[in-house]
Design a protein around this ligand. Sequence first.
Ligand code: ZN
Length: 91
Amino acid sequence: MTRRYTPGAFGASHRRPPAATVSVAPVPCQDTMRTVTVDCAHGTTTLTIAEHPSGVQIAGQAAAVIAVQRHFAEEGCACTAELRRRYGVAP
Ligand SMILES: [Zn+2]
């Protein structure tokens, strides 16, 4: 988790921070691993998914749901509202 938000950083005309984003990327030189990152002005949550033949397969959308849930739990900010709606994450 990386914190980089500073109060007032968005200025009076931008009271609401930009919406959080989610991205999925392969891990270099690791064919069976990928990272899911949820990023907003308050912090970054990174989840590393490692696939194994005897493990549970986690589809891209399920991985995004987990990452959005974790980010919301860690940051507790409203930046993930759109992502939570998109992926059906409560509340
Ligand atoms: Zn945020």
